[in-house]
Design a protein around this ligand. Structure first.
Ligand SMILES: O=C(O)c1ccccc1N[C@@H]1O[C@H](COP(=O)(O)O)[C@@H](O)[C@H]1O
Length: 242
């Protein structure tokens, strides 16, 4: 288990643009321009990871597959790829970008047999995104309920899932601070590493998440706070460096 918190700056792509959403709701986009420029900027600032999301694929409003492949291919750093990876074809396309790992969301809720199969086939190249409101999972662009967080976690653990990316939808894109209680509860329920997502607004939030590393939190996705310039990525990396 790493001793320092990994940071994963996010580039979420909708209609060819880097965007941030509020609570993951379609229609709340703020646009930040070229996804490639954003990703390269995080890489130049010292990021070791990029969290890259095809929001159109997640919402079922098309996809940005070629652009996502271009961005992933241009990175010298590790890439975690999410959004619309739900069957053999979309998984093959995602893995072919050279990304380090993919996050499966909806598929883990709707096609559990397929997810168990790809977990056994691809090991730690597969993570599952547990996107929750309260303790209810949400899929299909976070528009549909998909079962209980802890039941699903137990099932995925038993199938050998390597890692979870836990997003509190109520916090995502709000700059209201992370849900530390949720992270503690998920860490208590699994021995697999957890990547935190949603709500980071300050360096103190990142320091608070870093205190959960001994419990099993491995990393934190940072989105809106970076785009809103609440702090720089260099400052964030320094804040979690010890
Ligand atoms: O990241 C977001 O803001 C987001 C908002 C709404 C839906 C999904 C979002 N992101 C990530 O997409 C995958 C889920 O995609 P799918 O269900 O597998 O198609 C998941 O990692 C979400 O965190």
């Amino acid at each position: 288990m790493p001793s320092k918190l990994e940071l994963l700056p996010a580039v979420d792509v909708r209609d060819g643009q880097a965007v941030r959403l509020v609570h993951g709701e379609s229609g709340t986009e703020t646009s930040y321009g070229s996804p490639l420029e954003a990703a390269l900027a995080w890489q130049r600032a010292g990021a070791e990871w990029l969290h890259l999301v095809d929001l159109d694929a997640a919402f079922g409003t098309g996809d940005n597959r070629a652009l996502i492949a271009e961005v992933a291919g241009a990175m010298d750093i590790k890439v975690e790829l999410s959004g619309g990876i739900r069957d053999d074809d979309t998984l093959a396309a995602a893995l072919a970008t050279g990304c380090t790992r993919v996050n499966l969301g909806t598929a883990a809720l709707e096609t559990p047999e397929w997810v168990a199969k790809v977990i056994s086939e691809f090991g730690d190249r597969i993570a599952v995104g547990l996107d929750v409101r309260g303790t209810t999972l949400r899929g299909r662009g976070w528009t549909r309920d998909g079962g209980d967080l802890y039941e699903t976690l137990a099932r995925l653990d038993s199938e050998g899932c390597a890692r979870y990316v836990v997003t509190d939808i109520a916090k995502d894109g709000t700059l209201q601070g992370p849900n530390l209680e949720l992270l503690r509860n998920v860490c208590a329920a699994t021995d697999r590493p957890v990547v935190a997502s949603g709500g980071v607004s300050s360096l103190d939030d990142l320091r608070a998440i870093a205190e959960l590393v001994p419990l099993g939190v491995e990393g934190s996705i940072v989105g809106k706070a970076l785009y809103a310039k609440a702090f720089t990525l260099e400052e964030a990396l320094e804040a979690v460096s010890s």
